[in-house]
Design a protein around this ligand. Sequence first.
Ligand code: GLA
Length: 411
Amino acid sequence: MKKIILLVVLNLSITVFGQGNTFTQKAGKFEGMAMTPPMGWNSWNTFETNIDEKLVKETADIMVSSGMAAAGYTYIVLDDGWMTKERDANGDLVPDPVKFPNGMKALIDYVHSKGLKFGLYNCAGTQTCAGYPGTRGYEYQDARFYAKLGIDFLKYDWCNTQGITAKEAYTTMSNALKTAEKPIVFSLCEWGDNQPWEWGKPVGNLWRISGDIYPCFDCEFKHEIGNWSSWGVMKIAEMRKDIRKFSGPDHWNDFDMMEVGNGMTKAEDKTHFTLWSMLASPLIAGNDFRKMSKETLAILTNKELIAVNQDKLGVQGFKYTVEDGVEVWVKPLTDGNWAITFLNRTDVVKKINFDWKKHIIKDIDFGYEADFSKTVFKIKDLWKNKDAGNTKKNFVAELASHDVITVRLTP
Ligand code: GLA
């Protein structure tokens, strides 16, 4: 009997003290925090580490006054660069007092007072990607720090993580957050290197599936320092095959923060936003709201596209076919609806003449099917916000280079 008790005690101690390197860890994220893809803003794409209190307050103000909040954008996430280079004497993280002269808590309270939510960033490694203190070895302490601040979202990156395994590192942080008892969205950012879609569901609410995005339509941007690339919109959209079945309510494939308004053409911005909507990706804007054009705002707040992204079914769309350089992307929606996107991948204007009746769209991962010879669907053009007949007739249109037409089909 004594022996048995001793074994039980031993086993418990391994579970509790062996965080990070034991298989006895069981993940248990806060459930139900992201039943539709999270929407918000993140500082990194435009500002990198040049962030401060003024920027955050102005961004929060505009999020509300521009109608973005009403359209669904909720989270303001401060990415890398919000801390000082050293922890304090207690080992706590220190928000940079020059960038945030009134302290982080006051800023978070301000964002909350606007009806918005607030997120921060850190890394699983010893340092963040930009060289600020990482969380390794401080998981439970940092989780308590975040809970005390009352943050609602944590993006957790993967730099300087030599010698640790992703599943364990993210599980440890997930458990630390849970233990700190402040419900939070946990955003895994390990770039898809360790297949987070295979183990991330009990750990976090979303996971990056690629390296960093770059504001171009279809390029690879090779960085001069370090052996890595950032990726254009089409590259990221097509990077991972066969992982859509791993995405769904509360566990999303994350195609990275958006570059809408950051230098691509209007057509390309439209296409970018459309794809992220079709792919049920989190919609995290990455532009400077203070300089946002009317066109950019109109793209980011297109209610019909947002409804496609936020559809309760939570199914990630896919590329169904390509006809003469025009790709057809499809996404099953609730009530037997479908979103269909015609995407002109080429450099010239294309004529579309799509005979619905010749197509049976089959979603082999989730079992949805649209057979246009059997069912007639009403068509609504989501960028023009106009009815466009039904699927008895061919869909005929002209499509500019790199542009999209997206329609909702209703049976
Ligand atoms: C990585 C992430 C980016 C950003 C930077 C910050 O590259 O993938 O999204 O958070 O780190 O340093």
